[in-house]
Ligand binder design. Sequence first.
Ligand code: SF4
Ligand code: SF4
Length: 300
Amino acid sequence: MAEAPRMPIESGCPDPIQYMHPTMRRNYGQWAYHDRPRPGVLHHTSKHNEEIWTVRAGTQRQMDVYTIKKLCDISDEFGDGFMRFTIRSNIEFMVDAESKVEPLIKALQDAGFPVGGTGPTVSMISHTQGWLHCDIPGTDASGVVKALMDDIYEEFQKSEMPNRVHMTTSCCQINCGGHGDIAINIQHTKPPKINHDLVANVCERPTVVARCPVAAIRPAMVNGKPTLEVDEKKCICCGACFPPCPPMQINDPVHSKIAIWIGGKHSNARSKPSFQKLVAAGLPNNPPRWPEVGAVVKKI
Ligand code: SF4
Ligand code: SF4
């Protein structure tokens, strides 16, 4: 008889304390102050006069196993063997002696990782999943990030911005992403095109009708088959009908554009909530380098 399958242990995310550098564990909640000795380095001193240095480097969000192994090797050889990723895909190495900082920075830079991202810098751009992982993207968010960071990664290393700058890119208009000082989002400008032959076979029509925020979709019959129709005067081109109904194709090489929003409640954790402002719309979705997007971001 086959062995019983191994059942998952439903215990939530693991306790992070066990993975912390011992100096951080000992001084958890007991930090007195911190300073930034140079871009990419944080220096914390605890109430018990213990010190720790954090070296931050930039990485891409979607990483192959060889790159992760390389980072682990750098951590073992030049750090204390402790590292973590931030939500903006920066990697941080913690060391307990100042003398370890410069060799660690050199090892990271020699391996091609820029060191920076602390204080008033342009931090790494966080982005949504895109073509790798999602079924509705109108562009490849990680491609826009690559093109942009090639243009501005020196700002990650320099700490010369007026304040911290967090950027995001989102590959559709309605779902994840968009939480930054500068948010680069896809923007559809034409209503969906319906493939009536497929709707009846593929889509749960009431679900699609319910998804529309402006009640622009209604059931219809075409060539004797049940399908849907869109009142194009009402449609705001949001794309919400496309995920539950792929035959409502809204992605378009010409009419799916890029919009750039700035500010808003995500841009500064210390200010009261406010709305983002639209500063550029209708920019072409122009791979592989998205030059029009890069020009606007640099101007901002
Ligand atoms: S932003 Fe939209 S298309 Fe991109 S990963 Fe999120 S849900 Fe998918
Ligand atoms: S794109 Fe948005 S507004 Fe237009 S029909 Fe689909 S869900 Fe409704």
